[in-house]
Design a protein around this ligand. Sequence first.
Ligand SMILES: O=C(O)CCC(=O)C(=O)O
Ligand SMILES: [Fe+2]
Length: 421
Amino acid sequence: MRNDTDPALAELRREAEGGAPQALYQLANALVVQHELEEAQALHRRAAEAGLGNSQVEYARMLMYGVASDPDPVQAREWLLRAEAAGNVVAGYLLVLMQFGQGRHGEGAFNDRLLAAIRAEYPPALRAAAIHFGRRANAADQTRCLQLLERAAVRGDAVAARLLAERLMRGEGCPPQPQAARDIAAQLARIGIGPLPAIDVAPLDRSLPAAALALDEVLRPVPAQEQSSRPHVLTVDHLLSADECRLLMASAEPRLQRSQTVDPETGLPLEMELRTSEDASFDPILEDLSLRLVQARMATAAGLPLAHAEHLTILRYRPGQEYRPHRDYRPPGSIERDHPEAGNRLRTICVYLNEVAAGGETEFPVSGVKVAPQAGRAVIFDNLHADGRPDVDSLHAGLPVLQGEKWLATLWIRQGRYRAY
Ligand SMILES: O=C(O)CCC(=O)C(=O)O
Ligand SMILES: [Fe+2]
């Protein structure tokens, strides 16, 4: 509904009457805050056509996420390329994000794009690069990781600040600096953010070259251990680094809510005793490059394109909480309501994000396999037979947590494309 009473908005409207691109941009941003998205989109488009880089980026963002219109990643990409050519580094950063969702990394340029956004001190780029360097087992890259986390934190990135505090406290990549860690923790506590669960540090990657960015490292195949063939269950230890596990927990925590499950009869979401955890799901609009790269790593480990994955879900179980035996494939009714063209859930990948003091294993009753949580360990299993029929043997459960917390990241990956980008 049009808001005509807000004097600040009325002033912006007056200023935009002359059609100056900067004034259109400012009015559009104010309208987004008021949820007047269609008008905002039209104004960004006008300013974009007049050559304003910031509006080109905002218009492209709306097209990427399908805000005020259906998603149009092709148009979004064109606007981003235009803005990038005019020197807009956020456009380059968003192009990297899209490349890793669309399997367009073959076009290259992603490392240079990220570098340009790092040089411009764009916090999401600083954090993504920090986590990238933090996987490597050499002192120079570890120092680079810490410096980049600090630069992101100084620019207001609370997730980077949490990752930095954990590293300083434990002396990861540097000697322990408990006082500096406590200072950051105290600042975070003032805005209601507490410490993260303790996790063991995964061994660092010795195969990566020092110094240069190499983002497509997330797409390298990883060796997996087969746990059972019926159902088909694999595990990958240390798929995610400590920083990546912390990133997922820190990004999810503010959004956790009581989990819902799909009613097998009606396909409608339902709160029930089957699943007693809390969860957070990341609509792509909430994603940043760090989250996207971790998901690309997970999808690669599962052997499927990220574009086939439903939204990333992070679960937290407290003592006594569990996910009773169930299968992940969905009833036909529920598929019809949610991207029927993507088909059913072919494969699931879950990654444990912390050490659980006791309990919380993932159990597959048909083969008797039980996978114990360990930070960074992935469990990957098929929900459908090779011919696409549901595999009833894929029955599995998250056993009750007996002590401590269990954090888990899940991607349910469909047979076909689910995401626009
Ligand atoms: O908590 C677990 O170990 C299993 C989780 C699960 O089954 C799921 O996310 O679909
Ligand atoms: Fe499941």
